[in-house]
Write a protein that binds this ligand. Structure first.
Ligand code: GLA
Length: 725
């Protein structure tokens, strides 16, 4: 924030702008007006003006209450609604003071608001990440009243957007069909993105959106605001377009069944709402988020990710010493780097042979794996690969030693029979209980203490919060459960991360149920879907990439016919789709045909060579698979623009329906590039006419290239390297 330097202004102008506060990033500004004793006003969010007066002179200044509260605001939607101990339901917050803390690339501005009558306070915080044009905002609610205040609604942020032809881009879907891109015009009225699962919040809709301000969204041009709520629990984002065409967005924890009794002096911090503003369409907004996320939000976000084999679709629950050893050997022989043993490895009194038992009993099953985890680590070491395993530590089954010992640790209402999940036995542990938090931390800690070389854990969560009742929370705090569960989870993850910062953790929740920025500070990557069909994955990955970077997107090549859809897809297409994220495999390698094994070996080597560009480069989307077209294409460009990788796909071949030209993006128009097809089906054979040709960035980005994609499941990966004399 900088209080504007207004030296050049005439005296009467100073009095107009002197109370403006600018939350500034490299190219954007969020402007608030703060006058002591008056409401804090939201004035502007957008491209930085040359001079603050432009905002006012253009008539775009908004003068909206920056954090509207219930009771003194007429019919307006509110961010905060409370009941004071005396029954009064109103708040009237006025600006008292502000502070600024600068740290590295960030600047955090806190506005303190105070009620005019009650000792009730809100800190409204804005954290600007300057280089990547991202602003996080949240509120910290507290009071000094004699008794608890009941919070009925407690949003993270209110964002008004100037009138315009607003279009929303957001994700919707379901289990095995996550992250479908939906684009629609916002008309007057209210659109709500929400979740009430309690545990997993991204199967259906994701707490993220983009708003194109002036008409149908484009990847390349136009003003776009993107937002994402950093919360792993129930959320609600309401987008209300009012009679003046002003769009008001209120984002936060979903207040349904969550009213919170806030004790005097306790501080309720709401999750961060992440905002970015792009003048380069949706593509610019995605790139801002990706770069910011890698550099500032995701744990180890700039570290290169290993190519892994996960055992799930290869052997499912049928884990044993022999097949684990074989899989490690086979994967190592084609260049793999990490093996992950999925479900089925634990439980002794009750063996884990299906979904019906043993969650909570995290001891290796000695019958299946007599050499124990040490034996597996030894085998991995001999094959020169790393080793990891699957856990689902927030859960138990009614058939487990843990449940026999601690029936009081599960979520349930004590006077009702709990509903069960998977296997008709699964139950959720009560993470509000510190003893349960210790236990969940201990699942990871014990494994790591006895096996320091475990490199990776896939952390799953396969159940919703169906039994709304905590055996730990007191009677008058039962309505805190949805919130406290995730606070408990966060506490556990913080402990794990401070002790094991380099252990790679994958967030999985029945596939893509936990792809959110609430968890990514603790998880290196996410499993975006249990659907591994390359064809459907094109869409799932396309959607995921709107808001989340490729480095977190675990993408695995699986068997053909595919286990979810039965679709038969050539091995090259399967690899080429998986290579647009963090490449992995999820199958039994010994089932591959000889030519597929040979191909896999080459594809893995290829991925290693392009990995820095794919995982850390800037994404440019060229042709969307969501438009129901037969084609899809995207590219990653290294930040110095000396290298790029282009992916092009054709899902369906129809006669006399030629490929489009592929107009490239993100290159340096003044550089020239050498084009080479990589990941060819046959070693040393290129299928593109541009092989080895030198073409200028300018030509590639205006005229484009045509590509030979003339079959079902045709795909190409092309590397572009700067040509230097
Ligand atoms: C969930 C995950 C899968 C797999 C199974 C194991 O469904 O999404 O990837 O790990 O659990 O039971």
């Amino acid at each position: 924030m900088k209080k504007l330097l207004l030296g050049l202004f005439l005296v009467f102008q100073v009095s107009v702008y002197a109370d403006n506060y600018v939350i500034a990033t490299k190219s954007t500004s969020l402007v608030l007006e703060a006058k002591k004793g008056e409401r804090l006003n939201f004035i502007y969010y957008g491209k930085s003006p040359k001079n603050i007066s432009e905002i006012y002179d253009s008539g775009i200044a908004l003068w909206r209450d920056a954090y509207p509260t219930f009771g003194m605001n007429g019919g307006q939607e509110n961010a905060l609604q409370v009941i004071h101990p005396d029954g009064n339901m109103s708040l009237d917050l006025v600006y008292v003071s502000s502070s600024v803390v600068a740290k590295g690339d960030t600047e955090t501005t806190t506005f303190t608001l105070q009620d005019k009558v009650y000792p009730f306070k809100v800190n409204l915080v804005f954290k600007a990440y300057k280089a990547n044009d991202v602003i996080e905002t949240w509120s910290e609610i507290s009071h000094d009243e004699k008794k608890p205040v009941l919070l009925q609604k407690f949003a993270s942020s209110y964002l008004p957007i100037r009138s315009g032809n607003h279009w929303i881009t957001h994700l919707e879907g379901s289990f095995v069909n996550e992250a479908g891109v939906v684009e629609e015009q916002l008309t007057r009225g209210c659109k709500v993105l929400k979740n009430m699962d309690g545990i997993r919040n991204t199967h259906t809709s994701n707490p993220s959106f983009m708003i194109a301000l002036d008409g149908k969204p484009s990847e390349t041009v136009g003003d776009v605001i993107a937002g994402s709520l950093a919360w792993s629990g129930n959320y609600k984002i309401s987008l209300d377009k009012n009679e003046s065409n002003l769009l008001e967005i209120i984002s936060g924890i979903n207040e349904t069944a969550s009213q919170y009794s806030l004790a005097p002096k306790e501080v309720f911090s709401t999750p961060e709402m992440i905002l970015t503003y792009s003048t380069e369409g949706k593509g610019g907004a995605s790139r801002n988020l990706h770069k910011w996320a890698r550099e500032s939000k995701i744990i180890n976000g700039t570290v290169s990710k290993d190519i892994l084999l996960n055992s799930w679709e290869g052997v499912y629950f049928n884990v044993n010493q022999q097949n684990m050893n074989e899989m490690m050997r086979d994967f190592a022989s084609i260049g793999g780097e990490l093996f992950v043993m999925d479900d089925g490895w634990f439980g002794n009194k009750y063996q884990r042979n299906g979904g019906e038992s043993s969650l909570g009993d995290w001891d290796v099953c000695v019958k299946k794996l007599p050499g124990g985890i040490n034996g597996l680590l030894e085998c991995a070491k001999n094959n020169k690969i790393k080793f990891g395993l699957w856990i689902e530590p927030e859960m138990t089954n009614s058939v487990s030693e843990l449940y026999d010992k601690h029936p009081e640790w599960i979520l349930r209402q004590t006077n009702r029979e709990p509903s069960k999940g998977r296997g008709n036995t699964q139950l959720v542990l009560d993470l509000t209980n510190p003893k349960v938090q210790d236990f969940v931390f201990g699942v990871v800690d014990k494994l790591m203490i006895s096996h320091q070389n475990i490199a990776y854990m896939k952390w799953d969560a396969n159940m919703s919060l169906v039994n709304y009742g905590s055996q730990y929370l007191p009677k008058d705090k039962q309505s805190h459960l949805y919130v406290e569960f995730h606070r408990g989870l966060r506490k556990v993850l913080e402990r794990i991360r401070s002790k094991y910062p380099n252990l790679v953790l994958q967030a999985c929740a029945s596939g893509g149920g936990r792809v959110n920025y609430g968890l990514l500070p603790y998880f290196d990557e996410a499993w975006t879907s249990d659907n591994t069909d390359a064809m459907q994955r094109l869409n799932i990955q396309w959607g995921t990439l709107c808001f989340y970077p490729s480095s977190i997107m675990a993408s695995h090549v699986s068997a053909s016919p595919n286990h979810q859809t039965g679709r038969v897809v050539p091995v090259k297409f399967r690899f080429d789709v998986a290579m647009m994220g963090r490449l992995g495999m999820e199958m039994q390698p010994k089932d591959l045909k000889e030519y597929e094994t040979e191909y896999a070996k080459r594809a893995i080597a290829t991925y290693k060579s392009i990995r820095p560009v794919v995982q850390q480069g800037d994404l440019y989307k060229l042709i969307s698979p969501c438009d129901n077209s037969q084609f899809a294409s995207l590219m990653y460009v290294a930040s110095n623009k000396s290298r790029a990788v282009l992916f092009a796909y054709r899902t369906l071949y129809l006669k006399e329906q030629p490929s489009p030209r592929f107009i490239l993006q993100g290159l340096d128009p003044d550089k020239s590039y050498v084009l080479n097809e990589i990941g060819n089906l046959k070693a040393g054979v290129s299928t593109i006419s541009q092989e080895g040709k030198i073409i200028s960035g300018k030509f590639l980005m205006t005229q484009g290239i045509s590509l030979p994609l003339d079959k079902d499941y045709g795909s190409l990966v092309i590397e572009l390297n700067e040509y230097k004399l």
